[in-house]
Design a protein around this ligand. Structure first.
Ligand code: AHR
Length: 621
């Protein structure tokens, strides 16, 4: 039987990680434009000895001084700036910037400097659109001057915009024209007398954005995305969709409309998000790329791999309704409630969303219960939408497709070339959506070795189009000016882009698919060795027992049960009665192995079997 190739196989997973979005594809040039950054998430405890913040789900973050204002500094020594939570432009914005400027001491100027995302790149003759809110502290009007300057030579790089600071908040606009090419400009906001004033939502966007969209995307990066010819974009994450806890994951309604009214929150990757690229912008991006949108919603589970928190099962209505409303916003006609909202935001025609994923990297019974609520409601209202689960779920409640993520060494990818050939049992009965895929590197981007491993796996995936429905690379971007969370496919700073071997690999594969699948055999690999403690089962309650652990059908006795706790990034073990880890210590010299174990429920009835994989993943059998 000849199989046709899957022309929709290759896509990308977009997520706010590594400053991929804010300071990345989002064309906004001002970092911390609404002064919300710098507040530690959720009042995390501070470990002074290690200079770390500890988030409620156990992530350790570099300490950020509670009142610091990332991306901004004072123009003159006698100017003081404070984050202010009382004078606000609206309810969504929780902080403004209070500037107490003293102009007399410092060459006639006092005020503040916006550093951008480690510099603002300007190109001669190009236009830059400024908007900002200003409020003065006294009735006497003061004039506030705004200009683009060279951060090194303090020379002016544009015309000067002057605005009166009145007693009420007022929004001002100006279009600058850059008079020189500079990679590290700054935006100064100054007065030439002493004055007190507040600022909020200071935004600077280049007039030229990708496809000319307002509130748009950085053209050079998006052209690289376009060249990959992605069939779909999965967004907005990833763990970003999980959040730390309620309030730290994206809710689509809080990410649309006027950018000044969008919610800011700390994402799981340890920095704030403006949500300037929100649900509407993602849908528009997909349309402009001619790629199908795959929208991922929070499943009612946050931070599952750390310290899981489950939305009360009786309180899931809001999340389920949000998912239905998101589909309505994307798909209903312009004269419907949500269609009208979309039309008001500039897109009367429906976007045609066909795929929705419930959660990311969520699993287990608690997830399954919540997944079923989403699936039932979505299938009832929109039977043609493909519903994707983030892990395997029992046959009764199953999804249309199931998401599987692969981050591993090149050896893993080489040895799993036949993954979808060999597992003939359950796999052939359910479509697999590989929502995140990438060989992990110690460097900022993947290496040639990584890409070769990935290529072997892709050949296997391409050869099984009846099973592998979609495959997305992740993470796609890394901004090298900021701390790295994961290696990625495309590295960039404000002016340069470096494409990794994985980028070229994907470009070759996605742009050169044949019509028929031909038989491919790979026999040049060895299975990777088991590394100490790599194979693990993590269960989130203690109603199971692990038994019968075998390697190649031989029982092993050294399965270690690490009960009641979780490991932090620095290796310390924090007790937690809700988390039970069963860690199998394999013989680290063994090759070509198969691990298996029986997990038995000790409370209630029934038995679940899992197969342990060499990358530590557990597949339900
Ligand atoms: O791609 C980076 C992260 O890796 C994703 O957020 C998460 O889903 C995965 O573990």
């Amino acid at each position: 039987v000849t199989l046709s190739t899957n022309k929709e196989l290759y896509g990308l997973s977009f997520e706010e990680i590594n400053h991929a979005i804010d300071g990345g594809i989002y064309a906004e040039l001002i970092q911390n434009r609404s002064f919300e950054d710098g507040v530690p998430p959720l009042n995390c405890p501070f470990d002074a000895s290690r200079n770390l913040l500890i988030t409620p789900n156990g992530w350790t973050l570099p300490f950020i001084k509670p009142d610091s204002i990332p991306g901004w500094h004072c123009l003159s020594p006698n100017t003081n700036i404070y984050p202010d939570s009382k004078e606000l432009i609206n309810d969504a914005n929780k902080r403004s910037l209070l500037v107490s400027a003293n102009a007399s001491a410092e060459g006639g100027r006092g005020g503040v400097v916006a550093e951008g995302y480690k510099g603002i790149p300007l190109r001669k003759g190009e236009k830059y659109n400024l908007s900002l809110f200003i409020k003065g502290a006294t009735i006497t009007p003061k004039t506030v001057h705004v200009t683009l300057e060279d951060s090194v030579k303090a020379s002016v790089l544009s015309d000067i915009a002057s605005f009166p600071a009145s007693y009420e908040w007022k929004q001002f606009y100006h279009t600058f024209t850059a008079n020189r090419d500079v990679d590290n400009a700054v935006l100064t906001i100054s007065v030439d007398t002493s004055a007190i004033f507040w600022l909020d939502m200071v935004s600077l966007l280049p007039e030229k954005t990708w496809n000319g969209r307002p509130n748009g995307l950085r053209a050079d990066l998006m052209e690289k995305v376009k060249a990959l010819n992605p069939a779909f974009i999965r967004f907005p994450g990833g763990s970003f969709v999980e959040g730390y806890t309620a309030g730290t994951y994206p809710v689509w309604k809080e990410t649309i409309g006027n950018v000044a009214g969008r919610k800011h929150f700390w994402g799981v990757w340890s920095y704030g998000t403006t949500n300037g690229i929100g649900f509407h912008e993602y849908l528009q991006m997909c349309e402009d790329l001619e790629a199908e949108p795959v929208y991922v919603v929070n499943s009612g589970v946050t931070s599952q791999s750390r310290r899981p928190r489950y939305e009360d099962i009786t309180a899931m209505d809001k999340l389920v309704k949000d998912a239905l409303d998101a589909i309505a916003y994307a798909n209903e006609p312009a004269d419907s409630t949500y269609g009208a909202m979309r039309a008001k935001n500039g897109h009367p025609k429906p976007f045609g969303l066909k795929y929705i994923e419930i959660g990311s990297e969520n699993y287990g019974q608690e997830y399954a219960k919540r997944f079923a609520l989403f699936r039932d409601a979505i299938k009832k209202a929109y039977p043609n939408i493909t519903v994707i689960s983030s892990s395997f779920i029992s046959r009764k409640n199953r999804a249309d497709w199931v998401d599987s993520h692969f981050y591993s060494t090149e050896n893993f990818f080489i040895s799993n070339n036949d993954r979808y050939e060999t597992d003939k049992n359950y796999r052939r009965s359910q479509g697999v959506f590989i929502g995140e895929f990438g060989s992990v590197s110690e460097k900022e981007t993947s290496t040639l070795q990584n890409a070769i491993g990935e290529a072997c796996f892709l050949i296997g995936a391409e050869s099984n189009p009846d099973i592998v429905k979609r495959l997305a690379y992740a993470p796609v971007f890394i901004n090298t000016n900021f701390e790295r969370n994961r290696s990625a496919m495309i590295a960039f700073n404000n002016t340069q882009i470096a494409l990794s071997p994985s980028y070229y690999l994907l470009q070759i594969f996605a742009n050169n698919q044949g019509d028929e699948v031909l038989k491919t055999e790979v026999d040049t690999y060895k299975r990777p060795q088991i590394t100490f403690g790599r194979a693990a089962i993590e269960l989130f309650d203690n109603s199971y027992d692990i038994k019968d652990v075998k390697i190649n059908n031989t029982s092993i006795t050294d399965a270690v049960v690490q009960t009641g706790g979780w490991k932090m990034d620095d290796g310390t073990f924090v007790p937690d009665a809700n988390r039970w880890n069963y860690v199998l210590m394999g013989d680290s010299t063994m090759h070509d192995y198969e691990l298996s174990a029986t997990i038995q429920r000790t409370k209630g009835s029934g038995q679940i079997q899992f197969r342990l994989r060499d990358n530590g993943m557990v597949d339900e059998k």
